[in-house]
Ligand binder design. Structure first.
Ligand code: NAI
Ligand code: MG
Length: 350
């Protein structure tokens, strides 16, 4: 029996609503599989924990999370209780940094039954691989002087190691897909880092002759992402470019509530973390209408990561049959509750 040990951090807001549903779904998948089981350790880290203990997680929190095979997280943040920069840096970003989750993988595709805001969305199905540890989001720089003389300097950091690592991940992923990688660049405008990015891309591509490649400037890419998303298979992007592109990806799918993400550790020293793209959605919390698909699709990415691609595909395909038959929460134009969608999914899985 293969056992996957998950550290479960529902977090705040609708995270607490959708995570238990996704665990029920994972248990159903394990039951169908026969040779697979999940062991959960639950952590109540989040804004309520902060109000009680003065910190977003226990002092030994990271060590306890590290004992798991993967972290399964809902959402973090409740500004009515704790300022966002404290809650996110104290939990979500802390895990991303300390567990060296250097790659962020975010798929986007036409989801059956869910209306894309695009008038004529062709059958797009793409994955953005985002470098998640450096690039534009570095802490190198500073501010000096005051008033009208104030200066802010923010240095971009691109290491060969992390750049190449993200690209290799993209190429490997493309080998299991449509064998096409797009590099998001801006070497016409950014003088040092982006020509470097292009060189590393070329060098990496030379090792994957079976994959077609194209380099596209991020501005043009952003436009084509909206007009012709079906042209893309795997896109590799720096931290900032990837951040923006993946939100466009969530946008063209029709709701942030369905977008999943995987934050991967590649050196094997820490667990990876799986979380939906959406936040804690305070405007709908407690109403029972949170779209569970983001969390459930995230569970699919987790299954894939642990070598259970077949179960992962079955899960997502069944989820799509459920939405295609009109089981939709209000954010995607339906009138169903979270429960209705999940119950129907579990019924069909069984
Ligand atoms: P948000 O993603 O929580 O909500 C944005 C809009 O999308 C809201 O109208 C919300 O109702 C809707 N929405 C989000 N997820 C949904 C779902 N599953 N089903 C139906 N509708 C959904 O982003 P917002 O409002 O900017 O942030 C709220 C809180 O979440 C803040 O404290 C923020 O810091 C935090 N946050 C946390 C993230 C994380 O844990 N990864 C990511 C983004 C925000
Ligand atoms: Mg973002």
């Amino acid at each position: 029996m293969k056992k996957i040990k998950l550290a479960v951090v529902p977090g705040d807001g609708i995270g607490v609503e959708v995570v238990p549903h996704a665990l029920k779904v994972l248990d159903t998948v394990a039951e169908m599989h026969g040779g697979l089981s999940f062991e959960y350790e639950h952590f109540d880290y989040g804004c309520d924990y902060y109000l009680k203990h003065g910190d977003m997680m226990a002092a030994d929190g990271m060590d306890r999370l590290r004992e798991s095979d993967s972290v399964f997280l809902g959402a973090v943040g409740d500004a009515s209780k704790v300022p966002d920069h404290i809650s996110l840096w104290g939990l979500l970003l802390k895990i991303r940094r300390e567990f060296e989750l250097e790659i962020n993988v975010r798929p986007a595709k036409v989801f059956k039954g869910i209306q894309s805001p695009l008038r004529n969305p062709k059958d797009f199905d793409l994955v953005v691989v985002r470098e998640n540890s450096e690039g534009e989001y570095s802490s190198v720089g500073g501010r000096m002087y005051h008033g009208d003389n104030e200066i802010a300097i923010q240095n971009n950091v691109f290491s060969k190691r992390a750049t190449k690592q993200a690209m290799v991940h993209a190429f490997k992923l493309a080998q299991s897909r449509r064998r096409h990688v797009t590099s998001a660049t801006k070497s016409n405008g950014i003088f040092h880092s982006m020509p470097f990015w292009d060189e590393v891309f070329k060098e990496t591509a030379a090792g994957y002759k079976d994959i077609d490649t194209v380099s596209q400037h991020i501005d043009a890419l952003a436009a084509t992402f909206v007009t012709h998303p079906e042209r893309y298979d795997v896109i590799v992007a720096s931290n900032l470019f990837g951040d923006v592109l993946t939100d466009i990806g969530a946008g063209i799918m029709g709701s942030i509530g369905i977008a999943p993400s995987a934050n991967l550790n590649l050196n094997g020293r820490h667990p990876s973390m799986f979380e939906p793209v959406h936040g804690s959605a305070p405007d709908i919390v407690g109403k029972g209408v949170a779209n569970p698909i983001g969390q459930i699709w995230t569970a699919k990415l987790l299954l894939d990561h642990h070598g259970e691609e077949e179960m992962g595909s079955l899960l997502l395909d069944t989820m799509e049959q459920v939405t295609a038959d009109g089981f939709l929460t209000p954010d995607v134009g339906g009138d169903r509750q979270t429960d209705d969608v999940v119950d129907e999914l579990i019924r069909r899985l069984k």
